[in-house]
Design a protein around this ligand. Structure first.
Ligand code: TRP
Length: 382
């Protein structure tokens, strides 16, 4: 059925998920899942992709599979509606990758901006003699092709991802067009679905750096306890020019406000208004714009804004944390969810692979095909 609406997306299991993952994609997935507008939803733990730059650390990947699964379930992904599965256990994906490899040039891969940036970030380098720079693993270099296999195996129409994944979707679309025009129209071109607001598109780290990343130690994790969240917010970078409460403050580039942009809802001003009640000064705000205006004008201190942010964040994080604690007490259930999801995923991927092989004329032993082949080749030598 060509008009089915199908979601596929996923994450590399290299660490627990943080609030950047949450607003960047996870929150949206849950909304889409619950909208009832999709026929099939596949959420993949991309362990094989994680191994492309963690080949020497399989234990880290193995440990984080369960962490990511716990984060998924506690954020609201529901196994009754979404198939949660483990990438490496769907071997059809590697087979598809192998065939797609022929449709992509080295030059095209080299132009992929995300791969470029990641090569830089990881210190991979063309110079194999340099310390710590053993060169670029081939598997890593080619992971956009494997990602195209992930997406197309399920004929996904929609891929909810963060902004950094756009080049992957673009490259997938190219592979689909190339495959369909070279062989037969088997594959479906996916569209990326990005967060709608700028804050969620690129949530900065608690230190104000552009990206939240485990290696920078500037993350708030979905699994952080309440006290840890409070401490991390207390230590957050704000406007370094905002020395006195009375000084005018900057909202732009101030991660406290970016987080508020991403998490604050209208009802929060009623519920958490007491954050702005102080011994010396009090404010009554009805919208984030009013808070920002006061901060810009001066007189509103960082402590008040941070207390409000803590309340706002906890409103989202506390229920997630509670659900996580429950799932943590039932690890067998979590693995069963992954096992069932993987079985379902494998079935679908196998169907696509069969179509791909037929289109590529490498289905020699398929029913009907063999007889025809025998007849044809026998004729040739008659
Ligand atoms: N590249 C994604 C990440 O960095 C993970 C991923 C692998 C993925 N395959 C995918 C995302 C397919 C969307 C669709 O986490």
């Amino acid at each position: 059925m060509a008009d089915k609406k199908i979601i596929l997306t996923g994450d590399r299991p290299t660490g627990r998920l943080h609030i950047g993952h949450y607003v960047g994609s996870l929150r949206r997935r849950v909304e889409l899942q619950n909208s009832g507008k999709f026929d099939e939803i596949y959420i993949m733990i991309a362990d094989a992709q994680a191994l492309t730059d963690n080949a020497d650390n399989p234990e880290k990947v193995r440990q984080n599979i369960i962490e990511v699964a716990l984060d998924y379930l506690s954020a609201g992904l529901d196994p009754a509606k979404s198939h949660l599965f483990i990438q490496s256990q769907v071997s059809e994906l590697t087979e598809l990758t192998f065939f797609y490899n022929n449709l992509v040039t080295v030059q095209r891969l080299q132009r992929n901006p995300t791969v470029k940036a990641e090569i830089q970030m990881r210190g991979f380098n063309d110079d194999e003699s340099a310390d710590n720079k053993a060169g670029i693993p081939v598997g890593f270099f080619c992971y956009p092709i494997s990602q195209a296999a992930d997406i197309t195996a399920f004929k996904a129409t929609v891929v909810p991802v963060g902004e950094d994944q756009l080049p992957m979707i673009e490259q997938t679309r190219e592979i689909v067009r190339k495959f369909n025009s070279t062989y037969a129209p088997v594959l479906v071109e996916p569209t990326a679905l990005l967060p709608e607001d700028a804050a969620s598109l690129r949530l900065p780290g608690t230190d104000g750096r552009a990206k939240m990343s485990k290696s920078l130690g500037n993350c708030i994790y979905l699994s952080d306890d309440s006290e840890t969240v409070r401490e991390k917010i207390r230590g957050m970078y704000t406007d370094p020019g905002h020395l006195q409460v009375s000084d005018p403050g900057k909202v732009e580039g101030n991660p406290v406000f970016t987080y508020l942009d991403a998490f604050c809802k209208p009802g929060h001003f009623d519920r958490f208004g007491d954050c702005f009640v102080g011994k010396k000064v009090s404010f009554e705000f009805h919208s984030l714009d009013e808070v920002k205006a006061q901060y810009r004008a001066g007189g509103l201190g960082d402590v008040m804004v941070k207390n409000f942010l803590y309340a706002v964040l906890e409103d989202t994080l506390a229920p997630i944390r509670e659900r996580r604690h429950r799932f943590e007490q039932d690890i067998p259930y979590v693995y069963e969810v992954l096992r069932q999801g993987t079985l379902a995923a494998r079935e679908v991927a196998a169907r696509t692979l069969a179509e791909v092989k037929a289109a590529m004329k490498i289905n020699y032993f398929d029913p009907g095909v063999l007889d025809a082949l025998i007849a044809q080749q026998s004729d040739k030598y008659r």
